[in-house]
Design a protein around this ligand. Structure first.
Ligand code: NAD
Length: 366
């Protein structure tokens, strides 16, 4: 009796001590390069602003994938990231030895977060290395590059998705639902703009045509093209566009501000603006029975939305964590990504049409 009650107390005490000791160990494991069961390993390629500010932190909140590795050309970044996120040396690559990632079973997904003109090369190399790929927006600098990327992933039997985080953001998802399901009737017009006043390094890759493929349209306008497509649920057929350049000394190689009008088969018109010289972040849809719209539409958070029935009410989410978790689930469940390479390609088709119209000054077929 005495012995049994002692054992029970001891057992309970030992159990609580053990779980206190185990919990931090589990969370350390989850945050480091050791795969928690069933989580897929992601390697980020390019540790610039978006990886550091958004993707690295988001990968601490993901459930189906985790930050397993990095690819960087800067040894000091490798050291910092390795220390911050407990990434083992075996999972750290540079641009020269990147292809040997093929031999690393800890890496399931390569996430390309490089200047736009480098997306194709690293997507193709990742697919050849047998990895699934997430590629940042815009997918590449041309439709033909997008086609090569899709073909490479198909040939390697790997999935390819684009970093279209807003498809996992509730306010934007509601705009898709209201528009595509014609909740307020047919869409008549869309007005959307995305831009900021560029105050960064005049020598940055974003201002170099060879690395960025273009300027504000590629970087910011792709969100507007996306929004016009996901609110209408249609593909635009014609475009008329024009360019404005108020700081030609800075934007010597790439576009600063572009205004464009997209015509959809239903008759809907989308008027969009992309800019490196105006602060814009709006999305408004005018339908037969009223207007629905977002402010802070394309931001990482802080969206507000209004419909003819009142304000939208949704929780704030970590868009990047949801986006990466969904892709991991697509792989685990062998399900197609809702934001596949083909979607990135369609956006590039529209972007190429917009540039054609800027050059010709005419309405162009997409
Ligand atoms: P960045 O300039 O901050 O980082 C680019 C990274 O690429 C750096 O680490 C740099 O060292 C590396 N790099 C490798 N080779 C390079 C070269 N030859 N020239 C320049 N840099 C080189 O850029 P970023 O803002 O992190 O953007 C990277 C990608 O992510 C772009 O495709 C961009 O459109 C995309 N992005 C997406 C979002 C989003 O919300 N989805 C937000 C920001 C950026």
């Amino acid at each position: 009796m005495k012995r049994s009650s002692y054992s029970r107390r001891r057992f309970i005490r030992d159990l609580s001590m053990a779980s206190a000791a185990i919990s931090p160990a589990i969370s350390t494991l989850a945050a480091c390069g050791v795969a928690p069961e069933k989580k897929l390993g992601i390697a980020l390629v390019g540790l610039g602003g978006y990886s550091s500010g958004q993707l690295g932190p988001a990968l601490q909140q993901t459930r189906n994938c985790y930050l397993a590795g990095i690819v960087t050309g800067t040894p000091s970044k490798a050291k910092d990231w390795s220390a911050r996120y407990n990434i083992p040396a075996a999972n750290i690559y540079n641009y020269e030895n990147f292809d040997s990632i093929a031999n690393n079973p800890a890496i399931d997904i390569v996430y390309v977060v490089l200047p736009i003109a480098m997306h194709k090369e690293y997507t193709v190399r990742a697919a050849k290395a047998g990895k699934h790929v997430i590629c940042e927006k815009p997918m590449a600098i041309s439709v033909s590059e997008c086609e090569e990327m899709i073909a490479a992933c198909r040939k390697a039997n790997r999935m390819l998705s684009i970093g279209y985080r807003l498809h996992f953001e509730p306010f934007n998802k509601e705009m898709m639902r209201l528009g595509q399901q014609k909740v307020y009737g047919k869409i008549l017009e869309i007005e959307a703009g995305n831009g900021y006043v560029y105050g960064g390094d005049p020598n940055a890759w974003r201002l170099k045509k060879a690395l960025a493929g273009g300027g504000s349209l590629m970087d910011m306008g792709v969100y507007v093209v996306q929004a016009a497509r996901y609110v209408t649920g249609e593909e635009p057929v014609y475009v008329k566009a024009s360019e404005e350049k108020l700081r030609p000394e800075l934007f010597t190689e790439v576009d600063e501000t572009i205004a464009f009008e997209l015509e959809f088969p239903s008759g809907a018109i989308a008027r969009g603006i992309s800019s490196y010289n105006r602060n814009l972040n709006n999305l408004k849809a005018k339908a037969e029975k009223g207007v629905f719209e977002l402010t802070a539409a394309y931001r990482y958070g802080g969206q507000t939305g209004y419909t003819p029935s009142g304000p939208m009410q949704f929780p704030q989410v970590n868009q990047q964590a949801l986006q990466m978790d969904d892709f991991a689930n697509c792989i685990l469940q062998n399900r197609r990504s809702p934001v596949p390479g083909e979607m990135g390609l369609l956006d590039l088709k529209v972007i190429e049409g917009i540039y054609r119209s800027v050059r010709s000054g005419k309405r162009e077929k997409i």
